[in-house]
Structures are given as structure tokens and as C-alpha cells.
Design a protein around this ligand. Structure first.
Ligand SMILES: Cc1cc2nc3c(=O)[nH]c(=O)nc-3n(C[C@H](O)[C@H](O)[C@H](O)COP(=O)(O)OP(=O)(O)OC[C@H]3O[C@@H](n4cnc5c(N)ncnc54)[C@H](O)[C@@H]3O)c2cc1C
Length: 414
């Protein structure tokens, strides 16, 4: 396994069910304490775990949820998240779906300490090793490691396409949809009774500024300001405050009772990027890729860790490490990420300016807009929607004719 981030750890957990010897090679030095680390710079920013991701992690590590709560994470009902879209506050309703909020370092470290695979830290993978047309291991700064199967889980900075190109294997150019979103995050004390999650959602093309505020362990609030279309939140604390003051919602007011605990950390590598590895001619045996290395999403939709968890489960069906088996696996990975990709990259086309939507896309955008209106007005419509954005149900649930009359009435009601 190249990379000990969320996708690498979850994939390693599933592979230990069928493989005797699973080794995770991680470039960073790792600690048993939740800490920010260089290989996961996004760890300083809000990481919302969608309900489906939480369910899979609980299945893979029974008792994880409770352990995280004991460590200070918050557990609420997904319907209690306070979300503001361009039409107003989303309705609230009891969903019965557990929403866990914690920092990324706490979540990742808790998973890592439960994985029984061998984890070697401080090991920088520099390339693939080939025997004929099959991958038979990886090259590292200090040598090489043999493997029957190499899994690339090295995230957004994956060099896989280049390593394959060096071996004469061409992969399709990645598809990139860049909303030019910037993040800036600061930790605050959490005032009594502050919600576990409150977010002001971005929406192209008018609402370029938003935020996500999440309660994390240590009675702290992680406040991530977000700006799309290049309108990035600033680093200077006073200007950061001005950015929060400029939002439509009440977050800046709600934070008056909170005190900042840290400076402001920024991040701007947020483009959605999809590698169609399943279409590469000559894909070798002994190699697969998962997680952000294949498909990285604009993080404002909070999909990455959940898609990684869904992909990890695919390893239960992988027993054929030949070129055919690995390519088939890559097709399943693409299928698993597809719905999340369509929802997020579709919504982000509005920021890119270089895209002329066809009739079908415009009709779909219009339909989704009706949902955006209806979820602020009707709790039952909201219930259906919240299950879809949390990936508990697939997007087809939004297309069922049975929902049309309710959707229509909710939109008309305004
Ligand atoms: C700003 C931001 C905010 C985000 N917010 C959310 C959110 O709210 N919810 C959500 O679900 N997802 C979020 N994500 C996405 C999430 O971080 C990833 O989708 C998720 O962690 C799965 O990524 P991964 O494991 O594939 O890669 P990563 O988590 O990036 O891990 C890759 C690992 O590989 C290691 N590595 C890299 N190269 C090498 C090498 N050559 N040799 C050895 N090791 C190597 C790295 O050190 C790292 O540990 C966010 C992402 C960003 C950028």
C-alpha cells in the first residue's frame, strides 16, 4: 500500500481479511497521538465524515464511533446540522442517521491504531518495479519492496500516471474541474450549546463565500472559511474576521462568544480531478489505485473519505491480480466514485466559465435547483435529500416520480 492516509488504511484493513502480509508504506513519520502531518496538509481543515463513510468505518472497526466520542468527538443526528443554502436554512428533521464530527488527525489516528497491517513510516516510494509487463513491487528511496499487489493510495500528489508513462504505459489525461476554491481555517473555543456542524454553502455563480464550522475534540470549533472563483479567504487574522463578517449567515455573530486558539491556515489545492485509469491501454497486472490518487473531489462537498471507504470494500471482490483482474477492479473504482463526481463536478461547472451546458445538463441543473428550494421548506423532502448527500441512498432516489408532487408543492409554497 503506497500511502497511509484514510484510503490506504481502510484498503489495508479490508485486504488483511484475505492477504497474509499487508504492508503500508507511508512517507511521513507517524505518531500514536493525533497530529497534523506534512503528507496530509488538508488535515488542518474541516473534514466532515458523511454518514455512509461513518457506517462503513464502524463496520470495519466495531466500536470506533464510541472510541471517537470518548476521545472528544461529537455524535449527533445528521438532521441537526444547520445548513444554509442560497434559498435559506435547510429544513431540520430527525433522520436517525448518526453524524460524527472530529478532526481529521483524530479520525485517521484512531483508524491507524486499529489496522493490523504492518505500517512502515518514513518510507518514500519513488516508483514501480516491473517484471515483464507486471508490477512486482515498488522502489523506495532506500531500496525496493516486493509485492504480489501494489495499491496506490498516495492521494492528490500521486505520481502514478508518471511512473506508468516511464514504463511506456499511457493513461488518459485527467479531467479537471477547478472551482478555484480556497480554504482558511482557525480553531476557536466552543461556546456552550454551539451546534456540532453549521455551514453556509457555496453556490455558483453568486455565492462565492461560505464556511463550515465543526465541533471537534477538546471542546474546540474548527472554523473553515471557503471562497470559490478565486475569492480566497485571507491569512491575516483581522482580514479573516472581515471575511467571516461578510457572510450572509450568522456565523460571525455566533463566534463572538468564542476565542481564537490558533492562527489562520490556508489551503487552495482543491480542484476536482479524475483519472480514468480504467481506460488505460496496457494496464499492468499487480497494480491498482484508489482514493484521491484516482479521483479527488472539491472538498466543499465532503465526499473524499466516504468514497475512499466505499472503494475499500471493493477489495473483498479482488482475488485476481492479473492485468484483467486489476483493470476490472479499476472499473469498479470508477463506478463507485461516479455519482459523487457527477454531483460535485456538475455543480462546479458554474465556476469554470469555460463550459457551455447542453440541454440535458441545463434541465438537470434546473431540476436540482427545485430540490435546493424544496429542502428549505419541506422536512420530508429534506429527509430524502440528506440521505443522498450523505451517500446512504444513491442519486436515483431524487428522481423517483413518487417525490414529484411533494417537490412541486414545496416549491409552489414559497
Ligand atoms: C482542504 C481539504 C478538505 C477536505 N475536506 C474533506 C471533508 O470534509 N470530508 C471528506 O470526506 N474529505 C475531505 N477531503 C478529502 C480527503 O482528505 C481525502 O479524500 C481522503 O483523505 C482520502 O484521501 P487519500 O487517502 O486517497 O489521500 P491522503 O489522505 O492525502 O493520503 C495520502 C497519503 O499518502 C502518503 N504519500 C504520498 N506520496 C507518497 C509516497 N510517494 N510514498 C509514501 N507515502 C506517500 C501521504 O503522506 C499521505 O499520508 C478534503 C481534502 C482537502 C484537500
Amino acid at each position: 500500500m503506497i500511502g497511509g492516509g484514510v484510503s490506504g488504511l481502510l484498503a489495508a484493513r479490508v485486504l488483511t481479511e484475505s492477504c497474509d502480509d499487508v504492508v503500508v508504506l507511508e512517507r511521513d513519520r507517524l505518531s500514536d497521538q493525533p497530529e497534523y502531518r506534512a503528507g496530509v496538509p488538508q488535515g488542518r481543515h474541516v473534514h466532515g465524515l458523511l454518514v455512509r463513510g461513518g457506517q462503513i468505518m464502524e463496520e470495519l472497526f466495531p466500536g470506533l464511533r464510541e472510541e471517537l466520542v470518548d476521545a472528544g468527538a461529537s455524535l449527533t443526528d445528521a438532521g441537526e446540522a444547520r445548513l444554509l443554502n442560497r434559498h435559506g436554512w435547510l429544513a431540520s428533521a430527525k433522520t436517525g442517521l448518526p453524524l460524527l464530527t472530529a478532526s481529521r488527525p483524530l479520525l485517521e489516528t484512531s483508524i491507524r491504531l486499529r489496522v493490523t497491517a504492518k505500517i512502515m513510516d518514513g518510507v518514500h516510494v519513488t516508483g514501480l518495479s516491473f517484471r515483464g509487463s507486471e508490477v512486482d513491487g515498488v522502489l523506495t528511496r532506500d531500496g525496493r519492496v516486493d509485492a504480489d499487489l501494489v495499491v496506490d493510495a498516495s492521494g492528490r500528489s500521486s505520481k502514478l500516471a508518471r511512473w506508468l508513462a516511464d514504463a511506456g504505459i499511457a493513461t488518459p489525461e485527467p479531467t479537471v474541474v477547478d472551482s478555484c476554491t480556497g480554504y482558511a481555517t482557525r480553531l476557536y473555543t466552543a461556546p456552550e450549546g454551539f451546534p456540532a456542524l453549521i455551514a453556509e454553502l457555496l453556490a455558483a455563480p453568486d455565492h462565492a463565500r461560505g464556511c463550515a464550522v465543526m465541533r471537534v475534540e477538546g471542546d474546540r470549533l474548527m472554523v473553515t472559511a471557503q471562497g470559490a472563483g478565486g475569492d480566497h479567504p485571507p491569512h491575516d487574522p483581522d482580514e479573516y474576521q472581515e471575511f467571516l463578517d461578510s457572510l450572509r449567515g450568522p456565523v460571525a455573530d455566533m463566534l463572538r462568544a468564542a476565542s481564537p486558539l490558533t492562527g489562520v491556515h490556508r489551503f487552495a489545492r482543491t480542484a476536482s480531478r479524475r483519472n480514468a485509469f480504467e481506460d488505460a491501454g496496457g494496464w499492468p497486472g499487480g497494480l491498482v489505485a484508489v482514493g484521491d490518487a484516482v479521483c479527488a473531489f472539491n472538498p466543499v462537498y465532503g465526499q473524499g473519505m466516504t468514497v475512499a471507504a466505499m472503494e475499500a470494500l471493493l477489495f473483498r471482490g479482488l482475488s485476481d491480480f492479473s492485468a484483467k483482474g486489476c483493470r476490472g477492479f479499476q472499473r469498479e473504482v470508477a463506478k463507485t466514485a461516479r455519482a459523487a463526481w457527477l454531483l460535485s463536478s456538475g455543480a462546479d461547472q458554474g465556476w469554470t466559465g469555460d463550459h457551455r451546458p447542453g440541454l440535458g445538463e441545463r434541465a438537470f441543473a434546473w431540476y436540482m435547483e427545485q430540490w435546493q428550494i424544496a429542502i428549505t421548506r419541506d422536512p420530508r423532502v429534506f429527509l430524502r435529500f440528506i440521505r443522498v448527500i450523505n451517500m446512504v441512498d444513491g442519486p436515483a432516489s431524487l428522481m423517483k416520480p413518487v417525490v414529484f408532487p411533494r417537490l412541486y408543492r414545496a416549491v409552489r409554497r414559497g
